[in-house]
Design a binder for this molecule. Structure first.
Ligand SMILES: Nc1ncnc2c1ncn2[C@@H]1O[C@H](COP(=O)(O)OP(=O)(O)O)[C@@H](O)[C@H]1O
Ligand SMILES: Nc1ccn([C@@H]2O[C@H](COP(=O)(O)O)[C@@H](O)[C@H]2O)c(=O)n1
Ligand SMILES: [Mg+2]
Length: 445
């Protein structure tokens, strides 16, 4: 008996954007916040938010306030870690939150609360941010800022007297009673959880550059699949890398380019077909045995984005006999708007699953236009599977943010776009190389 089954992912399900979370710990005045600010200023094209653990200090009771000099702010119990955990859970699920706005002069939070929007990167900064294992579990990267304790004490005295209205004798007293023991007992022991230790804090430009590079790489490449659960990169093998090496090589002849591009396209198409819904079916084999299998989705069609997308039509026809293939031609260069020049689509496209074909996803502007044409014809967003050979992170961000319900299947995610919006490292002008109409090599910029 046939039964309708859901596809590998529920088409109607909203896509989860999981942020890249970085924890930055270290002793007081080690430079944690300064390091975080430097990282943020270098991650200009990402949505980054900084959350300080200090926002989650328990407010002091009237009784505790009277003896504030005895209060230990350097102990894990000083923080409302449960609240921080629930805030992280919200952000992880793409929901904005309000966090307390802590005042170091009043030892409590003040109005208004701080609004924190969902972001691509969340940086958590605090002396004991690596202490609780449940918080560490949220983190993709853990950093410990390691600065000399004399330097830290000097900075702390300066900061607390100048910015936090403290008396120097109280600062020194608090330091020896709570801050130093808290560092030895709870903060320094979390250094072992760090993936990266930054000696000299913000003075260590090299370490900060390496961290930023790592975050960019993680965000730009396969971790995009963590951020966007609708992005699927086909499993990399040496065979696939070898084919990419050939098609990306500027010296590869047209004949070889077409041969290896076709092989890669075929893999992407087969993978893309795996994201369509199917129907369960039992059959009898020649041995008389029952085999529980599935039947392919029948209501589908291809749509190629002219001209490069046409290179993917043969592979689609080879996989799906007699498939209808429509075409869309978009005009536009650079960052300016895109215009629809031509479209020829199956008249019943609204009732079909659509495999949208374009070997290179660069800025995502043409893709967004092409997808909007499909939507205007009544195709549900969740019925679209967009197939690429290579995708730039910028294009993935653009398309996934605008259309979180469609799926993108690609064989590799590249590093970035250059100023001319060419994918880097990329493979040059795909259409020219495939159809033999150009010999231009794009120089790196
Ligand atoms: N490398 C540095 N050189 C000079 N001053 C620094 C440096 N790093 C931090 N500071 C100063 O030290 C103080 C504490 O730094 P901050 O980044 O707030 O530390 P933390 O967040 O670890 O407590 C601030 O006044 C800051 O401007
Ligand atoms: N009301 C408070 C709360 C905290 N502290 C001290 O702040 C330090 C943590 O902040 P850093 O920016 O230095 O990491 C911590 O050592 C607490 O002693 C405070 O003095 N008063
Ligand atoms: Mg700080």
């Amino acid at each position: 008996m046939d039964s309708q089954m859901a596809a590998s992912t529920d088409a109607a399900q909203m896509v989860l954007k999981v942020p890249f979370v970085i924890g930055v710990a270290g002793g007081t005045a080690s430079g944690k916040t300064t390091v975080c600010d430097m990282i943020i200023s270098q991650l200009q094209n990402q949505r980054v938010v900084l959350i300080s653990q200090e926002a989650f200090y328990h407010p002091l009771t009237a009784e505790q306030l009277e003896k504030v000099h005895e209060h230990n702010f350097d102990h894990p119990d000083a923080f409302n870690t449960e609240l921080l955990l629930s805030c992280m859970e919200e952000l992880k699920h793409g929901r904005g939150i309000n966090i307390p706005n802590y005042d170091f002069k009043l030892h409590r939070s003040v109005e208004p609360a701080r609004v924190v929007n969902p972001s691509d990167v969340i940086i958590l900064d605090g002396i004991l941010i690596l202490h609780d294992p449940r918080l560490r579990d949220f983190m993709n990267m853990k950093i410990f800022v390691d600065s000399d304790s004399d330097v830290r004490l000097a900075r702390r005295i300066r900061r607390d007297t100048v910015e936090r209205n403290r008396n120097i004798l109280n600062v020194l007293d608090q330091y020896s009673k709570h801050v130093k023991p808290g560092f030895e007992d709870f903060i320094r022991p979390t250094k072992k959880y760090a993936d990266v230790i930054i000696p000299r804090g913000a003075d260590n430009d090299v370490a900060i550059d390496l961290i930023v590079q790592h975050i960019r790489t993680k965000l730009g490449q396969h971790d995009l699949c963590k951020i966007y659960s609708n992005v699927f990169v086909i499993q990399s093998t040496f065979q696939i890398r070898g084919m990419h090496t050939l098609v990306r090589n500027a010296k590869t002849t047209k004949h070889d380019f077409v041969f290896y591009a076709d092989r890669l396209i075929r893999l992407v198409v087969e993978h893309g077909l795996g994201h369509l819904p199917f129907t369960e079916k039992q059959i009898i084999t020649p041995t008389g045995s029952v085999y529980s299998g599935v039947v392919f989705c029948k209501r589908l069609c291809g749509v190629s984005i002219i001209r490069s997308g046409e290179s993917m039509e043969n592979a689609l026809r080879a996989c799906c006999k007699g498939i209808k293939i429509g075409k869309i031609l978009i005009h536009g260069e650079g960052k300016s708007g895109r215009q629809l020049i031509y479209e020829k689509l199956p008249s019943d496209i609204a009732s079909r699953h659509v495999l949208l074909l374009d070997p290179v996803l660069a800025s995502g502007n043409s893709a967004v236009k092409a997808i909007s044409v499909l939507l205007s014809k009544g195709v549900p967003e969740s019925n679209i599977v967009f197939l690429n050979l290579i995708s730039a992170p910028e294009g993935l961000h653009t398309v996934c943010n605008k259309y979180p319900r469609l799926k993108i299947v690609t064989s590799e995610i590249d590093t970035t776009l250059n100023k001319d919006l060419h994918v880097i490292p990329g493979m040059g002008e795909f259409g020219d190389r495939y159809f033999g109409t150009g010999s231009r090599v794009i120089t790196p910029s």
